[in-house]
Design a protein around this ligand. Structure first.
Ligand code: FA5
Length: 348
């Protein structure tokens, strides 16, 4: 039977401490140290047993017994900590001097982001147009119906106003998600004094069924030049420079008639396919690629912008930036562009 005198002291306190310290010193790893820690400092360890047996001692022995138990506890904890530090240092030293450590190896590759391909092409074109004297302007994505349609000579019954194409933002239909960047044409006319040249890159929104070449959210870059006696010749000159900037060489172009209420005459501009001579999948075997709609600014639009069509004229174009990025990188589905999939974006 364990009587009080047998429990405390288990042995004399110095011997207990000495034994613990010896055990600690021969530990070769953290696991062994943990075992010693449990033996002395654990819930049922030596120190806990010492403390538990104090109440059974004669009252005058108790203070000294408590003090001794706490001293052992502290000393053992310190010895364990010191041994752990020594083991850690030894491990580090072994790694440094051992065969497995090569200080000349390059560090692990840091992950770096990159610019979205749409941002890249937007910045390139902004630089190109700025070098030709154009200003880069911005406009609201939530637009007034007036600027998106009415001021652009798009009458109320025009199919472009059909609710299928437009995201309306309020019951009355005063606010829309802009369906193109053209509303900034009139906003610019109201603010600037001609002559001027502007480009407006930005997001557009259309309520349409998406497929590989149509998204509900896509990017365009609007261009507008206003001056005296601006003609189709100016438009063609600017478009050729634009193509040279994009494809880094001269490409033959052609204009087909195109209808947009805000230009007269209006055109669809095609360029010779930059990827083939005899037809390929990009140009659908026609050797022409449809590049952008454009035309001379309609007099009604000039008027809406506060300009006298007798005095001022202009040309405008609406480049589909999303489609251009697809063309440039051979992307087969426009929906990849805004899907936010890092595996896709990492490629640029
Ligand atoms: C327009 O949006 C006119 N505002 C362009 C314009 C400006 C004409 C100035 C004349 C003068 P359109 O709807 O064709 O036109 O769109 C222009 C370009 O935007 C298209 O050629 C195409 O590249 C791109 N685009 C149109 N709809 C989508 C869509 N759903 N997804 C991706 N790109 C689109």
């Amino acid at each position: 039977m364990a009587g009080p005198d047998r429990e405390f002291p288990l042995e004399n306190d110095e011997a207990t401490l000495e034994r613990a310290q010896q055990q600690i010193l021969v530990c070769q790893d953290s696991q062994a140290l943990k075992a010693v820690e449990r033996e002395y400092l654990g819930k049922k360890g030596v120190v806990a047993r010492l403390l538990a047996s104090i109440p059974q001692l004669a009252p005058e022995q108790r203070p000294q017994a408590g003090k001794t138990a706490n001293q052992i506890k502290q000393a053992v904890a310190q010895a364990i900590e010191a041994r752990q530090r020594a083991l850690d240092a030894a491990t580090l030293e072994a790694e440094r001097s051992g065969a497995g450590f090569d200080a000349s190896l390059p560090p692990a590759r840091a992950l770096r982001g990159s610019l979205h391909p749409l941002t890249q092409v937007t910045r390139e074109l902004e630089d190109l147009f700025q070098s030709m004297g154009y200003q880069v302007l911005d406009g609201p994505e939530v637009e007034l119906d007036y600027y998106n349609f009415e001021a652009l000579n798009i009458p109320a019954d025009h199919p472009a106003r059909d609710s299928q194409d437009t995201f309306y933002c309020d019951e009355q239909g005063h606010f829309v998600m802009r369906t193109h960047t053209s509303p900034v044409q009139v906003r610019a006319m109201e603010r600037l004094t001609p002559p001027y040249r502007i480009v407006v890159p930005g997001k557009c929104f259309r309520q349409e069924t998406t497929d590989a070449s149509h998204d509900h959210t896509f990017h365009q870059m609007e261009g507008l030049v206003v001056g005296v006696d601006i003609s189709v010749a100016h438009l063609i000159g600017a478009m050729k420079t634009l193509l040279r900037g994009i494809f880094k060489r001269d490409l033959e172009i052609r204009l087909r008639p195109g209808f947009f209420p805000f230009v007269e005459p209006g055109f669809e501009l095609d360029a010779r396919c930059p990827f083939c001579q005899a037809g390929c999948s990009v140009c659908k075997r026609t050797t022409w690629i449809e590049l952008l709609p454009c035309g001379l600014v309609h007099p009604n639009v000039l008027r809406a912008g506060g300009l006298d069509p007798e005095q001022w004229s202009g040309f405008a174009f609406g480049l589909g930036l999303s489609r251009l990025v697809m063309l440039r990188h051979g992307i087969d589905d426009i929906r990849h562009l805004l899907a936010g999939d890092v595996r896709f974006l990492e490629q640029f």
